[in-house]
Design a protein around this ligand. Structure first.
Ligand SMILES: Nc1nc2c(ncn2[C@@H]2O[C@H](COP(=O)(O)OP(=O)(O)OP(=O)(O)O)[C@@H](O)[C@H]2O)c(=O)[nH]1
Ligand SMILES: [Zn+2]
Length: 388
C-alpha cells in the first residue's frame, strides 16, 4: 500500500478526479479511485465550498478555473485529507473535496473533505477492524441483482438494509431480462422483499427498462450501483450513461462473476431532461458484510416492524412471548417463514455489529488516552513543567 502517490488526473468545472499514480507495487483494489470536489453539481444546484456544509451557498470554487495539468494533492492510497469539520479522514469515492480559502489553482495540499451527508458502509473482510466506506454522499443505491442466474432474495434484502443504513434510498434493479421468460413473478417477489422500494427490471442488452430507470433519477443525485460480481453493474452503468465508460465482463458471458471492476468509479450521468447526476460503479461484493443498525433492518422488513408494533410487550423478541403479533402472523401464514427468519438473522447481525463497534470504540479510546499521556509527558519534558 505504500510507495504509491496520488495525483489529480483531470480538473474541470464540476469535479476533480483523483486517481492513483500506479507506483511500485500498484494500488490495492480497495482504494477509491475517484473523488470529487466542490463545484456546481448539475445545473442550478447549490455550490459547495470550503467551510460550507452541503447545500449551503458558497462562492464559485477555484476549481472552476483550475488548469488541466495534473497537480498533487498530497493524497495517497490509505492516506488522509483534512476534513472541513476538523480531524483527518480517508477520502472515499463520492466525497466532495473542497478547496480551502485562498486556494489558487494547482495549489497542493489545500483540499478539504466536505462533511458527508451519508456513508455506504460494509464490513471489512476480516470483520475485526472498522467498517469500510464504499461510497460517500449517496442519494440512491441501485441494488443490482441478475435474473439469470436466479436472484437471491436474501442478498437483495441485505443490500437494501445496507442502503437504508447509508441514508440513501434503495432501488432494486433486476438485470438481464433478455435471458429469462418470466420477469413478472420476480418483480412481485422482490417487491415483497423490499416494501416501499421501487423494483425495476432492465436489459442492458436490449435497452429494455433503461429509460424508465433513468426517469427515476433526480438531477444532482448521486447513485451507486452495488451487487455481486457479474450482476451486471458496469453494463448497467454503461447503458445508463449511453457509452462504454466501464469495462465489463462480456467476454466470458456465462453470467458468472469474475470481478471485472476492481475500483470504485464516479461517472457523470446526463439525464434525459438535460440535468446531470453522478453514478458510482463498485466492484462486486464477495460477501455482503452487513453494517446495519436496528432501524435500517426495520426499514427493510417494514411489514414485520409494523406487526411488531402490535406485540403485547414492548421488548418482545417474537419467539414465544404471549400476545406476539409477529408469531401470530406466522401462524396465520400472512408472514412468511423466510421473511421472519431473514429479519431475525439481520437483527442478530446488527446487534453483533453494534457490540463490535463498541469494543472498537473502547479500544480506540484507550489508544487515544495513551497517546495523550505520551504527548503530555513529552510536553513536560520539553517545557520542564512538572519536573522535580
Ligand atoms: N444478456 C445480458 N447479459 C448482460 C446484461 N447485463 C450484463 N450482462 C453480462 O453479464 C456479465 C457481467 O456484467 P458486468 O457488467 O461486468 O458485471 P458487474 O456486476 O459489473 O461485475 P463486476 O465488475 O465483476 O462486479 C457480462 O458478461 C455482461 O455482458 C444484460 O442485460 N443481458
Ligand atoms: Zn412479538
Amino acid at each position: 500500500m505504500t510507495g504509491s502517490s496520488w495525483r489529480i488526473s483531470r480538473v474541470d468545472r464540476t469535479r476533480v478526479l483523483v486517481v492513483p499514480d500506479l507506483g511500485a507495487g500498484g494500488v490495492p483494489a480497495a482504494v477509491d479511485r475517484v473523488a470529487r470536489t466542490g463545484g456546481r453539481f448539475g445545473d442550478g444546484e447549490a455550490t459547495i465550498g470550503a467551510r460550507n456544509g452541503p447545500g449551503e451557498a458558497a462562492p464559485a470554487p477555484a476549481a472552476a478555473t483550475a488548469p488541466a495539468a495534473p497537480v498533487g494533492v498530497g493524497l495517497r492510497p490509505g492516506g488522509v485529507l483534512p476534513a472541513v469539520v476538523g480531524d483527518d479522514v480517508t477520502p472515499a469515492v463520492g466525497d466532495r473535496l473542497v478547496t480551502a480559502p485562498g486556494h489558487r489553482p494547482g495549489d497542493p495540499d489545500r483540499f478539504l473533505v466536505a462533511p458527508r451527508t451519508g456513508e455506504l458502509l460494509r464490513d471489512t473482510v476480516d470483520r475485526t477492524s472498522r467498517s469500510q466506506v464504499v461510497a460517500a454522499n449517496v442519494d440512491v443505491v441501485l441494488v443490482v441483482e441478475p435474473l439469470d442466474p436466479s436472484p437471491s432474495i436474501g442478498r437483495v434484502e441485505r443490500l437494501v438494509t445496507l442502503a437504508w443504513r447509508s441514508g440513501a434510498s434503495p432501488v432494486v434493479v433486476l438485470t438481464k431480462t433478455d435471458l429469462v421468460h418470466d420477469t413478472a413473478h420476480w418483480l412481485a417477489d422482490l417487491a415483497a422483499a423490499a416494501p416501499g422500494v421501487p423494483v425495476r427490471a432492465v436489459s442492458a442488452t436490449t435497452g429494455d427498462g433503461v429509460a424508465e430507470l433513468l426517469r427515476l433519477v433526480e438531477p444532482g443525485a448521486t447513485l451507486v450501483a452495488v451487487g455481486r460480481s457479474g450482476a451486471g453493474k458496469s453494463t448497467l452503468v454503461n447503458a445508463l450513461v449511453g457509452e462504454d465508460v466501464m469495462a465489463t465482463g462480456e467476454r466470458r458471458g456465462d453470467g458468472k462473476g469474475r470481478h471485472t471492476t476492481t475500483h470504485r468509479e464516479l461517472v457523470d450521468l446526463a439525464l434525459p431532461d438535460g440535468g446531470r447526476a453522478w453514478l458510482i460503479d463498485t466492484p462486486g461484493l464477495r460477501a455482503v458484510g452487513l453494517v446495519a443498525d436496528e432501524e435500517s433492518v426495520e426499514a427493510t422488513f417494514a411489514e414485520v416492524a409494523d406487526l411488531a408494533a402490535g406485540c403485547r410487550f414492548g421488548d418482545c423478541r417474537h419467539e414465544r412471548e404471549p400476545g406476539c403479533a409477529v408469531v401470530a402472523a406466522l401462524e396465520e401464514g400472512t408472514l412468511s417463514e423466510r421473511r421472519y427468519a431473514a429479519y431475525r438473522a439481520q437483527l442478530r447481525e446488527a446487534h453483533h455489529a453494534a457490540v463490535r463497534a463498541d469494543a472498537r470504540l473502547a479500544a480506540a479510546q484507550r489508544t487515544d488516552w495513551k497517546r495523550r499521556t505520551v504527548a503530555m509527558r513529552e510536553h513536560h519534558r520539553v517545557t520542564g513543567k512538572g519536573r522535580r
